[in-house]
Design a protein around this ligand. Structure first.
Ligand code: ZN
Length: 142
């Protein structure tokens, strides 16, 4: 485990039409945050979420081609190969209030999204490829 101090909060709105994951990553890079946490809510024009198959060790994508509410979207900011990498999970609701959720993939188009980036002070956690899970993971820190 690594402990951080809360340094600052950044809040704003994404442009309509951008990809949710890439748009949030761009905002994190814009403010220079390398360790922190992201929260977002709003509406999407469509969504792509992933489910990690623990046997095959890969993500299956689920596609939603309809307007959706972001009930919540949150995740962490860390570093992979010197680049900022966001790991976000999302809960989405349809017009009946039915909810789905999973790992946020590229391909979710923003209609209106408000976000909050919590900036932590201190060295960022780094991701490295893990052979067991075939994912980019943080090292366990004793
Ligand atoms: Zn995930």
């Amino acid at each position: 485990m690594r402990s951080y101090e809360m340094k600052r909060m950044h809040m704003g709105r994404l442009q309509s039409g951008v990809d949710l994951l890439n748009g949030l990553t761009d905002k994190v890079c814009e403010v220079g945050v390398r360790a922190g946490y992201v929260f977002a809510l709003g509406t999407l024009r469509n969504a792509v979420i992933g489910f990690y198959d623990q046997d095959r060790k890969e993500y299956d994508s689920l596609f939603f081609d309809e307007p959706l509410e972001i009930v919540t979207c949150q995740g962490n900011i860390s570093i992979k190969d010197e680049q900022v990498m966001l790991h976000l999970h999302i809960s989405i609701g349809d017009e009946k209030g039915e909810m789905y959720g999973g790992h946020l993939m590229e391909g979710s188009e923003v209609a209106v999204v408000e976000f909050c980036i919590a900036e932590f002070s201190g060295d960022p956690l780094e991701r490295n490829y893990d052979e067991e899970f075939k994912l980019d993971l943080w090292l366990p820190i004793g």
